[in-house]
Design a protein around this ligand. Structure first.
Ligand code: HSE
Length: 437
């Protein structure tokens, strides 16, 4: 059988990795897919050919992505440009032209996936997006296929490699935030706009996708609660360690009786959990299914070839299904398109977690009693307290509290009441705590 012709848009980190992997492993890939896969047409504005093996084998390399999606020879379009536009328009045009699409673009899927999947369904083509979440980890395949028997109870994932790299370096080497971020950028881990990494937007894109795959709900990025890592200080990292916890930036989605939680924020997790020991640019996703129990998926969440591994796996999947009835393919969001549910995504007020609180308080009698009294009146039970040494040159002392689980709205009210007492200086640091059991 003749090889399948692929059009590639983007020759950056992941695009270059995809060309190299397809070239290096061509024989194995063809044995798996049932026929060869060749890149017949690529488009990139500018790219660095260094380190990309097999570039010379690409039929045509131009700078016009529209020429790729409109090339009649191309059967599958790989979108590795990133961003919302023109990626969205190009993908919709490829679908309109009857081509299958493989993309690593989490922003595109999280924001416009509902529209893109509807268009693909209409045209009987597939849009595959394994590389959009957790780089090389086949988490989408695991959720869509491997765990199809389960009711998913919750998912907690370290799904931004850049953020995890920064937190790890801060904890282990006491390095400065900005310096580590620059290194992540140089290594090709960070987004084009690194604010997406450090403010949690990239993780929220990925979590939105995971939530829909887990619960069969439409993609609702706008309902995801997002908090990044920019306000994490070395003191909080160290105080959390004293209590036996690590601070990780987690994406968490959980099904409760009221709806689905969708939240991205720094989280204290017990240091003995496997996921607490996932360091550097590595990602990990912990999935709790009712039948299987906990399962953990670990691997490189960013980088050229790890992400290319997922892109090429999608290509193999699409090639294998080229001859199947479009209605019998694995559905885009794991559940059949006409069986998606309207289970609401909950606001943060309704979310229940335990909390780590770090207050800077006046060092005088009765302060702790007043604060404990306010928390008690709000029905918040304290699990541990620690008073730390005052920081150099400061007259206030750091007071660290761990609470038991409580709804966020009760905690918000209690923190507002504490702030009104004038016993604290600065903002109260509040980091959610999850035991992940
Ligand atoms: N910027 C992303 C990360 C790349 O650091 O995880 C992979 O999506």
């Amino acid at each position: 059988m003749k090889p399948v012709k692929v059009g590639l848009m983007g020759l950056g980190t992941v695009g270059g990795g995809t060309v190299s992997v397809l070239h290096r492993n061509a024989e194995e890939i063809a044995r798996r897919a049932g026929r060869g896969i060749v890149i017949s047409h690529a488009a990139a504005r500018d790219y660095n050919p260094e380190g990309i093996d097999g570039l010379g084998r690409i039929g045509t390399i131009g700078d016009d992505a529209w020429a790729v999606v409109n090339d009649p020879e191309v059967k599958i379009v790989v979108e590795l440009i990133g961003g919302y536009s023109p990626a969205k328009e190009l993908v919709l045009q490829a679908i309109e032209n009857g081509k299958h699409v493989v993309t690593a673009n989490k922003a595109l899927i999280a924001m416009h996936g509902n529209e893109i999947f509807a268009a693909a369904q209409h045209k009987g083509v597939t849009v595959a997006f394994e590389a959009a979440v957790a780089g090389g980890i086949p988490i989408i395949k695991a959720l869509r296929e491997g765990l199809a028997a389960n009711r998913i109870e919750w998912i907690a994932g370290i799904i931004n490699g850049t953020g995890n790299f920064i937190l790890t370096e801060m904890r282990d080497k006491g390095r400065q935030f900005d310096e580590v971020l620059r290194e992540a950028q140089a290594l090709g881990y960070a987004e084009a706009n690194p604010v997406f990494d450090v403010e949690g937007i990239d993780a929220a894109h990925k979590l939105t996708i995971l939530g829909s795959l887990a619960y069969g709900i439409p993609l609702q990025f706008d309902k995801c609660y997002i908090e990044g890592i920019t306000r994490i200080t070395p003191e909080d990292v160290s105080y959390a360690a004293d209590l036996g916890y690590r601070i990780k930036h987690l994406g968490i989605t959980r099904k409760t009786e009221q709806g689905v939680e969708l939240r991205v924020h720094p989280t204290l997790i017990p240091e003995r959990r496997l996921i607490a020991n996932v360091d550097g640019v590595m990602n990990a996703v912990l999935v709790q299914g009712d039948a299987v129990g906990p399962t953990l998926y670990y691997g490189a969440g960013a980088g050229a070839e790890p992400t290319a591994s997922a892109v090429v796996a999608d290509l193999v999947d699409v090639v294998r299904t080229l001859t199947t009835d479009p209605n019998n393919r694995v559905p885009h969001l794991a559940f059949q398109a006409d069986a998606l549910s309207d289970t609401p995504v909950l606001g943060m007020d309704e979310v229940e977690t335990a909390y780590y609180l770090h207050l800077k308080v006046l060092d005088k009698p009765g302060v702790l009693a007043t604060i404990a009294g306010i928390l008690g009146d709000a029905g918040i039970s304290i699990e541990a307290t620690q008073q730390k040494e005052p920081l150099e040159g400061q007259s206030v002392v750091p007071l660290v509290l761990l609470t038991q689980r409580v709804k966020e709205k009760a905690m918000n009210a209690a923190l507002a009441a504490i702030a009104e007492t004038d016993l604290t200086a600065d903002e109260i640091v509040r980091i959610r705590v999850e035991r992940l059991m």
